[in-house]
Design a protein around this ligand. Structure first.
Ligand SMILES: [Zn+2]
Length: 484
Protein backbone atom coordinates (compact mmCIF):
# COMPACT_ATOMS: atom_id res chain seq x y z
CA UNK A 1 0.00 0.00 0.00
CA UNK A 2 2.80 2.35 0.97
CA UNK A 3 4.43 1.47 -2.30
CA UNK A 4 1.30 2.46 -4.21
CA UNK A 5 1.02 5.73 -2.34
CA UNK A 6 4.69 6.44 -2.85
CA UNK A 7 4.46 5.73 -6.57
CA UNK A 8 1.39 7.99 -6.90
CA UNK A 9 3.21 10.91 -5.37
CA UNK A 10 6.42 10.33 -7.26
CA UNK A 11 4.99 9.68 -10.74
CA UNK A 12 4.04 12.82 -12.58
CA UNK A 13 1.10 12.08 -14.88
CA UNK A 14 -1.91 14.56 -15.11
CA UNK A 15 -4.32 11.67 -14.56
CA UNK A 16 -2.69 10.76 -11.26
CA UNK A 17 -3.07 14.28 -9.95
CA UNK A 18 -6.73 14.35 -10.90
CA UNK A 19 -7.38 11.00 -9.26
CA UNK A 20 -5.50 12.08 -6.17
CA UNK A 21 -7.61 15.21 -6.04
CA UNK A 22 -10.86 13.20 -6.27
CA UNK A 23 -9.56 10.76 -3.70
CA UNK A 24 -8.61 13.54 -1.26
CA UNK A 25 -11.92 15.30 -1.74
CA UNK A 26 -13.98 12.16 -1.15
CA UNK A 27 -11.93 11.22 1.88
CA UNK A 28 -12.29 14.65 3.39
CA UNK A 29 -16.04 14.61 2.80
CA UNK A 30 -16.56 11.15 4.29
CA UNK A 31 -14.30 11.83 7.24
CA UNK A 32 -16.08 15.07 8.04
CA UNK A 33 -19.39 13.20 7.98
CA UNK A 34 -18.15 10.24 10.00
CA UNK A 35 -16.75 12.11 12.99
CA UNK A 36 -19.83 14.11 14.09
CA UNK A 37 -22.23 11.18 13.46
CA UNK A 38 -20.19 8.92 15.66
CA UNK A 39 -19.61 11.64 18.24
CA UNK A 40 -23.34 11.86 18.82
CA UNK A 41 -23.64 8.10 19.23
CA UNK A 42 -23.83 6.73 22.75
CA UNK A 43 -26.87 5.85 24.82
CA UNK A 44 -30.13 7.46 23.79
CA UNK A 45 -33.16 7.88 26.05
CA UNK A 46 -36.12 6.88 23.86
CA UNK A 47 -38.85 7.16 26.50
CA UNK A 48 -39.09 7.83 30.23
CA UNK A 49 -42.24 8.01 32.30
CA UNK A 50 -43.58 7.63 35.82
CA UNK A 51 -47.14 6.58 36.67
CA UNK A 52 -49.00 6.24 39.96
CA UNK A 53 -51.30 3.64 41.38
CA UNK A 54 -52.16 5.76 44.43
CA UNK A 55 -51.66 4.99 47.29
CA UNK A 56 -50.14 1.60 46.55
CA UNK A 57 -47.27 2.18 44.16
CA UNK A 58 -45.39 4.28 41.65
CA UNK A 59 -44.00 2.71 38.46
CA UNK A 60 -41.11 4.01 36.39
CA UNK A 61 -40.56 2.89 32.78
CA UNK A 62 -37.90 3.76 30.24
CA UNK A 63 -36.44 2.66 26.91
CA UNK A 64 -32.81 3.12 25.91
CA UNK A 65 -30.86 2.56 22.67
CA UNK A 66 -27.12 2.29 22.33
CA UNK A 67 -24.43 1.43 19.77
CA UNK A 68 -23.43 -1.58 21.86
CA UNK A 69 -25.41 -3.91 24.10
CA UNK A 70 -26.77 -2.18 27.19
CA UNK A 71 -25.49 -4.17 30.15
CA UNK A 72 -26.52 -2.19 33.23
CA UNK A 73 -29.57 -0.11 34.17
CA UNK A 74 -29.94 1.35 37.64
CA UNK A 75 -32.93 3.34 38.84
CA UNK A 76 -32.20 5.99 41.46
CA UNK A 77 -35.28 7.34 43.19
CA UNK A 78 -36.52 9.12 46.29
CA UNK A 79 -38.78 11.81 47.65
CA UNK A 80 -38.00 15.49 48.18
CA UNK A 81 -37.69 15.78 51.94
CA UNK A 82 -35.27 16.63 54.72
CA UNK A 83 -32.86 13.77 55.25
CA UNK A 84 -29.78 13.04 57.29
CA UNK A 85 -26.93 13.12 54.79
CA UNK A 86 -27.06 12.23 51.14
CA UNK A 87 -28.84 8.94 50.75
CA UNK A 88 -30.01 7.57 47.42
CA UNK A 89 -32.24 4.53 46.99
CA UNK A 90 -31.37 2.33 44.00
CA UNK A 91 -33.05 -0.55 42.24
CA UNK A 92 -31.80 -2.82 39.49
CA UNK A 93 -34.50 -3.77 36.97
CA UNK A 94 -33.66 -7.00 35.15
CA UNK A 95 -33.48 -7.11 31.37
CA UNK A 96 -31.79 -9.01 28.58
CA UNK A 97 -28.70 -7.14 27.35
CA UNK A 98 -29.40 -5.65 23.94
CA UNK A 99 -28.82 -2.48 21.96
CA UNK A 100 -32.44 -1.50 22.65
CA UNK A 101 -33.89 -2.25 26.07
CA UNK A 102 -37.08 -1.40 27.91
CA UNK A 103 -37.08 -1.45 31.69
CA UNK A 104 -39.65 -0.95 34.39
CA UNK A 105 -39.63 -0.87 38.17
CA UNK A 106 -42.41 -0.44 40.71
CA UNK A 107 -41.99 1.29 44.07
CA UNK A 108 -44.29 -0.56 46.45
CA UNK A 109 -45.37 1.76 49.27
CA UNK A 110 -46.48 -1.11 51.51
CA UNK A 111 -42.84 -2.13 51.66
CA UNK A 112 -41.16 1.25 51.94
CA UNK A 113 -43.78 2.95 54.16
CA UNK A 114 -46.43 5.18 52.67
CA UNK A 115 -45.72 8.77 51.72
CA UNK A 116 -47.86 11.79 52.51
CA UNK A 117 -50.19 12.90 49.73
CA UNK A 118 -48.56 15.82 47.96
CA UNK A 119 -45.00 14.49 48.34
CA UNK A 120 -42.77 15.02 45.34
CA UNK A 121 -41.21 11.80 44.02
CA UNK A 122 -38.08 11.93 41.84
CA UNK A 123 -36.18 9.40 39.74
CA UNK A 124 -33.36 9.09 37.23
CA UNK A 125 -31.67 6.24 35.33
CA UNK A 126 -28.00 5.28 35.20
CA UNK A 127 -27.21 3.22 32.10
CA UNK A 128 -24.04 1.59 30.79
CA UNK A 129 -23.30 -0.37 27.62
CA UNK A 130 -20.76 -3.07 26.83
CA UNK A 131 -18.28 -0.56 25.40
CA UNK A 132 -18.24 1.31 28.70
CA UNK A 133 -20.36 4.26 27.57
CA UNK A 134 -22.37 5.64 30.50
CA UNK A 135 -25.52 7.71 30.55
CA UNK A 136 -27.50 9.47 33.29
CA UNK A 137 -31.03 10.63 32.50
CA UNK A 138 -32.23 14.02 33.75
CA UNK A 139 -33.94 14.00 37.15
CA UNK A 140 -37.72 13.71 36.75
CA UNK A 141 -40.44 14.34 39.34
CA UNK A 142 -44.05 13.33 39.85
CA UNK A 143 -46.53 14.53 42.47
CA UNK A 144 -47.67 11.74 44.78
CA UNK A 145 -51.39 12.51 44.88
CA UNK A 146 -54.61 10.72 44.04
CA UNK A 147 -56.58 11.65 40.93
CA UNK A 148 -59.82 10.40 42.48
CA UNK A 149 -60.61 13.77 44.05
CA UNK A 150 -61.08 17.01 42.15
CA UNK A 151 -58.46 19.00 44.07
CA UNK A 152 -58.89 22.78 44.33
CA UNK A 153 -56.34 25.15 45.85
CA UNK A 154 -56.29 28.40 47.79
CA UNK A 155 -52.83 29.95 47.96
CA UNK A 156 -51.15 32.92 49.62
CA UNK A 157 -49.56 33.82 52.96
CA UNK A 158 -47.12 30.88 52.73
CA UNK A 159 -50.03 28.42 52.75
CA UNK A 160 -51.14 26.25 49.81
CA UNK A 161 -54.44 24.80 50.95
CA UNK A 162 -55.84 21.93 48.85
CA UNK A 163 -59.42 20.66 49.22
CA UNK A 164 -62.05 18.92 47.10
CA UNK A 165 -65.29 19.17 49.09
CA UNK A 166 -67.11 21.84 51.08
CA UNK A 167 -66.97 24.58 48.47
CA UNK A 168 -64.83 27.65 47.93
CA UNK A 169 -65.86 29.42 51.17
CA UNK A 170 -64.91 26.34 53.19
CA UNK A 171 -61.49 26.16 51.54
CA UNK A 172 -60.95 29.89 51.92
CA UNK A 173 -61.87 29.80 55.63
CA UNK A 174 -59.40 26.98 56.31
CA UNK A 175 -56.69 28.73 54.30
CA UNK A 176 -57.19 32.03 56.14
CA UNK A 177 -57.13 30.34 59.54
CA UNK A 178 -53.85 28.63 58.65
CA UNK A 179 -52.33 31.89 57.39
CA UNK A 180 -53.39 33.63 60.63
CA UNK A 181 -51.85 30.82 62.66
CA UNK A 182 -48.57 31.42 60.80
CA UNK A 183 -48.67 35.10 61.72
CA UNK A 184 -49.30 34.25 65.38
CA UNK A 185 -46.50 31.67 65.44
CA UNK A 186 -44.12 34.15 63.87
CA UNK A 187 -44.96 36.93 66.34
CA UNK A 188 -45.11 34.85 69.53
CA UNK A 189 -42.66 32.02 68.95
CA UNK A 190 -40.44 33.22 66.09
CA UNK A 191 -41.42 30.26 63.90
CA UNK A 192 -41.54 31.02 60.18
CA UNK A 193 -41.82 28.69 57.18
CA UNK A 194 -38.88 28.63 54.79
CA UNK A 195 -41.30 27.97 51.93
CA UNK A 196 -45.09 27.62 51.61
CA UNK A 197 -46.60 24.72 53.54
CA UNK A 198 -49.01 22.45 51.65
CA UNK A 199 -52.17 21.51 53.58
CA UNK A 200 -54.36 18.75 52.10
CA UNK A 201 -57.92 18.74 53.46
CA UNK A 202 -59.68 15.39 53.04
CA UNK A 203 -63.47 15.42 53.32
CA UNK A 204 -63.47 12.98 56.24
CA UNK A 205 -61.22 10.65 58.16
CA UNK A 206 -62.14 7.67 55.96
CA UNK A 207 -60.84 9.45 52.87
CA UNK A 208 -57.77 10.45 54.84
CA UNK A 209 -57.07 6.87 55.89
CA UNK A 210 -57.55 5.69 52.30
CA UNK A 211 -54.77 8.04 51.24
CA UNK A 212 -52.21 6.64 53.65
CA UNK A 213 -51.58 2.94 53.88
CA UNK A 214 -50.90 2.42 57.55
CA UNK A 215 -53.66 3.11 60.03
CA UNK A 216 -52.91 4.91 63.26
CA UNK A 217 -55.79 4.34 65.66
CA UNK A 218 -56.34 8.03 66.34
CA UNK A 219 -55.65 9.69 63.01
CA UNK A 220 -57.42 12.98 62.28
CA UNK A 221 -54.60 15.20 61.17
CA UNK A 222 -50.99 14.57 60.53
CA UNK A 223 -47.86 16.68 60.08
CA UNK A 224 -44.93 15.71 57.86
CA UNK A 225 -42.24 18.27 58.71
CA UNK A 226 -39.69 16.68 56.38
CA UNK A 227 -42.06 17.11 53.42
CA UNK A 228 -43.56 20.46 54.51
CA UNK A 229 -47.01 18.86 54.33
CA UNK A 230 -50.05 18.66 56.62
CA UNK A 231 -53.01 16.34 55.94
CA UNK A 232 -56.32 16.53 57.82
CA UNK A 233 -59.76 14.97 57.46
CA UNK A 234 -62.29 17.80 57.95
CA UNK A 235 -65.95 17.60 57.02
CA UNK A 236 -67.90 20.80 56.27
CA UNK A 237 -69.60 20.73 59.69
CA UNK A 238 -66.25 20.51 61.50
CA UNK A 239 -64.82 23.84 60.43
CA UNK A 240 -63.81 25.05 63.92
CA UNK A 241 -62.16 21.75 64.73
CA UNK A 242 -60.46 21.85 61.33
CA UNK A 243 -59.06 25.34 61.96
CA UNK A 244 -57.52 24.45 65.31
CA UNK A 245 -56.21 21.10 64.06
CA UNK A 246 -54.49 22.58 61.02
CA UNK A 247 -52.86 25.20 63.24
CA UNK A 248 -51.68 22.42 65.56
CA UNK A 249 -50.18 20.35 62.74
CA UNK A 250 -48.77 23.44 61.06
CA UNK A 251 -46.84 24.19 64.24
CA UNK A 252 -45.38 20.67 64.15
CA UNK A 253 -44.17 21.30 60.60
CA UNK A 254 -42.47 24.56 61.59
CA UNK A 255 -40.95 23.15 64.77
CA UNK A 256 -39.82 20.07 62.87
CA UNK A 257 -38.15 22.24 60.26
CA UNK A 258 -36.50 24.55 62.74
CA UNK A 259 -35.18 21.76 64.91
CA UNK A 260 -34.38 19.28 62.13
CA UNK A 261 -31.16 17.59 62.95
CA UNK A 262 -29.72 14.14 62.82
CA UNK A 263 -28.26 14.64 66.28
CA UNK A 264 -30.86 16.25 68.46
CA UNK A 265 -34.10 15.33 70.12
CA UNK A 266 -37.03 17.54 70.94
CA UNK A 267 -38.99 16.63 74.10
CA UNK A 268 -42.65 15.85 73.54
CA UNK A 269 -43.83 18.42 76.08
CA UNK A 270 -42.06 21.12 74.04
CA UNK A 271 -43.29 19.94 70.64
CA UNK A 272 -46.90 19.32 71.71
CA UNK A 273 -46.97 22.36 74.00
CA UNK A 274 -45.96 24.59 71.08
CA UNK A 275 -48.55 22.91 68.83
CA UNK A 276 -51.24 23.53 71.44
CA UNK A 277 -50.03 27.12 71.68
CA UNK A 278 -50.19 27.36 67.88
CA UNK A 279 -53.80 26.23 67.79
CA UNK A 280 -54.73 28.83 70.41
CA UNK A 281 -54.71 26.77 73.59
CA UNK A 282 -56.84 23.96 75.06
CA UNK A 283 -60.63 23.78 75.00
CA UNK A 284 -62.57 24.77 78.12
CA UNK A 285 -63.25 21.10 78.97
CA UNK A 286 -59.54 20.37 78.91
CA UNK A 287 -58.77 23.44 81.02
CA UNK A 288 -61.35 22.31 83.60
CA UNK A 289 -59.72 18.88 83.79
CA UNK A 290 -56.33 20.54 84.22
CA UNK A 291 -57.60 22.74 87.07
CA UNK A 292 -59.06 19.68 88.73
CA UNK A 293 -55.74 17.83 88.53
CA UNK A 294 -53.90 20.86 89.90
CA UNK A 295 -56.27 21.16 92.85
CA UNK A 296 -55.87 17.47 93.61
CA UNK A 297 -52.07 17.69 93.32
CA UNK A 298 -52.13 15.23 90.40
CA UNK A 299 -50.17 17.21 87.85
CA UNK A 300 -47.62 15.10 85.99
CA UNK A 301 -43.89 15.63 86.44
CA UNK A 302 -42.59 17.55 83.44
CA UNK A 303 -39.71 15.11 83.02
CA UNK A 304 -42.24 12.30 82.52
CA UNK A 305 -43.57 14.14 79.46
CA UNK A 306 -40.23 14.07 77.64
CA UNK A 307 -41.03 10.88 75.70
CA UNK A 308 -44.36 9.54 74.52
CA UNK A 309 -47.62 10.59 76.14
CA UNK A 310 -49.92 8.09 77.81
CA UNK A 311 -52.28 5.99 75.69
CA UNK A 312 -54.98 6.53 78.31
CA UNK A 313 -57.17 9.42 77.16
CA UNK A 314 -57.61 11.40 80.41
CA UNK A 315 -53.92 11.23 81.13
CA UNK A 316 -53.11 12.07 77.49
CA UNK A 317 -55.39 15.12 77.61
CA UNK A 318 -53.76 16.26 80.83
CA UNK A 319 -50.33 15.80 79.20
CA UNK A 320 -51.30 18.08 76.30
CA UNK A 321 -52.84 20.77 78.51
CA UNK A 322 -49.94 20.69 80.94
CA UNK A 323 -47.44 20.97 78.07
CA UNK A 324 -49.35 23.97 76.78
CA UNK A 325 -49.32 25.55 80.23
CA UNK A 326 -45.54 25.15 80.51
CA UNK A 327 -44.96 26.65 77.04
CA UNK A 328 -47.33 29.50 77.81
CA UNK A 329 -45.37 30.17 81.01
CA UNK A 330 -42.04 30.22 79.13
CA UNK A 331 -43.28 32.54 76.37
CA UNK A 332 -45.19 34.93 78.65
CA UNK A 333 -42.36 35.12 81.22
CA UNK A 334 -39.22 35.00 79.09
CA UNK A 335 -40.39 36.03 75.62
CA UNK A 336 -40.16 34.86 72.04
CA UNK A 337 -36.41 35.16 71.50
CA UNK A 338 -35.53 32.76 74.30
CA UNK A 339 -37.97 30.21 72.89
CA UNK A 340 -36.31 30.52 69.49
CA UNK A 341 -32.91 30.15 71.17
CA UNK A 342 -34.10 27.00 72.98
CA UNK A 343 -35.18 25.39 69.69
CA UNK A 344 -31.90 26.40 68.04
CA UNK A 345 -29.90 24.86 70.90
CA UNK A 346 -31.80 21.58 70.48
CA UNK A 347 -31.20 21.64 66.75
CA UNK A 348 -27.50 22.05 67.43
CA UNK A 349 -27.47 18.82 69.38
CA UNK A 350 -27.81 19.97 73.01
CA UNK A 351 -29.78 17.73 75.35
CA UNK A 352 -33.02 19.17 76.73
CA UNK A 353 -31.41 19.92 80.09
CA UNK A 354 -28.35 21.52 78.47
CA UNK A 355 -30.49 23.64 76.16
CA UNK A 356 -32.78 24.80 78.98
CA UNK A 357 -29.79 25.54 81.22
CA UNK A 358 -28.01 27.58 78.56
CA UNK A 359 -31.05 29.65 77.61
CA UNK A 360 -33.07 29.96 80.84
CA UNK A 361 -30.60 28.97 83.56
CA UNK A 362 -32.56 25.95 84.81
CA UNK A 363 -32.96 22.33 83.70
CA UNK A 364 -36.19 20.32 83.22
CA UNK A 365 -36.78 19.96 86.97
CA UNK A 366 -35.98 23.63 87.53
CA UNK A 367 -38.50 24.56 84.83
CA UNK A 368 -41.07 22.26 86.44
CA UNK A 369 -40.55 24.02 89.80
CA UNK A 370 -40.72 27.53 88.33
CA UNK A 371 -43.84 26.72 86.33
CA UNK A 372 -45.64 25.18 89.36
CA UNK A 373 -44.84 28.27 91.38
CA UNK A 374 -46.23 30.49 88.60
CA UNK A 375 -49.60 28.70 88.56
CA UNK A 376 -49.71 28.24 92.35
CA UNK A 377 -49.59 24.44 92.10
CA UNK A 378 -48.21 22.12 94.76
CA UNK A 379 -44.42 21.58 94.60
CA UNK A 380 -43.00 18.77 92.53
CA UNK A 381 -42.46 15.46 94.33
CA UNK A 382 -39.10 14.18 93.09
CA UNK A 383 -38.92 10.45 93.74
CA UNK A 384 -42.55 9.52 93.11
CA UNK A 385 -42.55 10.84 89.56
CA UNK A 386 -43.18 8.37 86.78
CA UNK A 387 -40.15 7.73 84.61
CA UNK A 388 -40.13 9.13 81.10
CA UNK A 389 -41.21 6.87 78.28
CA UNK A 390 -38.41 7.02 75.71
CA UNK A 391 -40.58 6.71 72.64
CA UNK A 392 -41.81 9.72 70.72
CA UNK A 393 -45.38 8.98 69.70
CA UNK A 394 -47.23 12.25 69.46
CA UNK A 395 -45.78 13.68 66.29
CA UNK A 396 -46.84 11.26 63.59
CA UNK A 397 -44.00 10.19 61.42
CA UNK A 398 -43.44 7.67 58.72
CA UNK A 399 -40.37 5.75 57.77
CA UNK A 400 -38.37 7.92 55.42
CA UNK A 401 -37.95 6.33 52.06
CA UNK A 402 -34.22 6.58 52.09
CA UNK A 403 -33.76 5.48 55.67
CA UNK A 404 -33.91 1.72 55.49
CA UNK A 405 -33.30 -1.06 53.02
CA UNK A 406 -36.42 -2.19 51.25
CA UNK A 407 -37.30 -5.82 50.71
CA UNK A 408 -37.42 -7.11 47.13
CA UNK A 409 -40.74 -6.48 45.48
CA UNK A 410 -42.89 -9.04 43.77
CA UNK A 411 -42.54 -9.39 40.00
CA UNK A 412 -44.52 -6.77 38.17
CA UNK A 413 -46.38 -7.01 34.84
CA UNK A 414 -44.05 -6.08 32.04
CA UNK A 415 -44.04 -5.38 28.35
CA UNK A 416 -42.91 -8.18 26.08
CA UNK A 417 -39.19 -8.83 25.83
CA UNK A 418 -38.48 -7.06 29.14
CA UNK A 419 -37.62 -9.13 32.16
CA UNK A 420 -38.31 -6.32 34.55
CA UNK A 421 -38.57 -7.88 37.94
CA UNK A 422 -36.95 -6.35 40.95
CA UNK A 423 -34.01 -8.28 42.14
CA UNK A 424 -32.46 -6.00 44.65
CA UNK A 425 -32.98 -2.65 46.26
CA UNK A 426 -30.02 -1.15 47.98
CA UNK A 427 -29.48 2.06 49.81
CA UNK A 428 -26.08 3.45 49.08
CA UNK A 429 -24.26 6.61 49.83
CA UNK A 430 -24.23 8.88 46.83
CA UNK A 431 -20.78 8.76 45.30
CA UNK A 432 -18.58 11.59 46.41
CA UNK A 433 -15.83 13.22 44.37
CA UNK A 434 -13.50 10.53 43.10
CA UNK A 435 -10.26 10.34 45.02
CA UNK A 436 -8.47 8.47 42.26
CA UNK A 437 -6.82 10.06 39.23
CA UNK A 438 -9.15 11.61 36.68
CA UNK A 439 -8.70 10.91 32.95
CA UNK A 440 -7.41 13.85 30.93
CA UNK A 441 -10.58 13.91 28.82
CA UNK A 442 -12.72 14.40 31.91
CA UNK A 443 -10.42 17.10 33.23
CA UNK A 444 -10.81 18.83 29.87
CA UNK A 445 -14.57 18.48 30.12
CA UNK A 446 -14.81 16.12 27.15
CA UNK A 447 -17.39 13.42 27.66
CA UNK A 448 -16.56 9.79 27.12
CA UNK A 449 -19.31 9.61 24.48
CA UNK A 450 -17.61 12.27 22.41
CA UNK A 451 -14.19 10.67 22.82
CA UNK A 452 -15.51 7.29 21.71
CA UNK A 453 -17.36 8.93 18.84
CA UNK A 454 -14.19 10.61 17.64
CA UNK A 455 -12.28 7.32 17.97
CA UNK A 456 -14.91 5.53 15.90
CA UNK A 457 -14.92 8.40 13.43
CA UNK A 458 -11.16 8.20 12.94
CA UNK A 459 -11.27 4.44 12.44
CA UNK A 460 -14.07 4.92 9.91
CA UNK A 461 -12.07 7.66 8.22
CA UNK A 462 -8.97 5.48 7.86
CA UNK A 463 -11.07 2.61 6.49
CA UNK A 464 -12.68 5.01 4.02
CA UNK A 465 -9.29 6.18 2.86
CA UNK A 466 -8.13 2.61 2.37
CA UNK A 467 -11.31 1.50 0.58
CA UNK A 468 -11.07 4.41 -1.85
CA UNK A 469 -7.28 4.43 -2.07
CA UNK A 470 -6.88 0.80 -3.11
CA UNK A 471 -9.03 0.86 -6.30
CA UNK A 472 -7.92 4.39 -7.24
CA UNK A 473 -4.23 3.61 -6.87
CA UNK A 474 -4.50 0.20 -8.46
CA UNK A 475 -6.28 1.76 -11.43
CA UNK A 476 -3.61 4.45 -11.59
CA UNK A 477 -0.85 1.88 -11.47
CA UNK A 478 -2.44 -0.25 -14.18
CA UNK A 479 -2.96 2.88 -16.27
CA UNK A 480 0.69 3.75 -15.91
CA UNK A 481 1.66 0.26 -16.80
CA UNK A 482 -0.38 0.44 -19.96
CA UNK A 483 1.28 3.76 -20.79
CA UNK A 484 4.68 2.22 -20.41
ZN1 LIG B 1 -49.46 17.25 68.13
Amino acid sequence: MLYYLHSCFTERSPMTKFQLFVFALLSLLLCSLAVPVRAQAGIQLVSNEGSLSFPESATFRAEFQAGANITLVVLEYGVDQLTCGTVVAKSFPQFTPAADVQVEWTWEMRQSGSLPPGALLWWRWQVQDASGVQFTSPKQTILWLDDIHDWQAVTGGNINLHYYEGGQAFGQALHDAAAQALVRLSQDVGLRPEKPVDIYIYANTNDLRDAILYEPDWVGGQAFPGNNIVIIGVSADQLDWGKSTEAHELTHVLVGHLTFTCLGFIPTWLNEGLAMYGEGGPQSVELAQFDQAKAADQLLALRSLTGGFSEESDRANLSYTESYSVINFLIQTYGRDKMTALLAALRNGATTDEALQSVYGFDTDGLDDAWRTSISAAPRVGSSNPTPVPIPTQVPTIVPVGAAPVAPAAPTPRPTQVQATVTQVTITQAPGPAATSVPLTERLGISRDVVLGVEFGLVGCILTVLVIAVPVLVTTRRHHRRQK
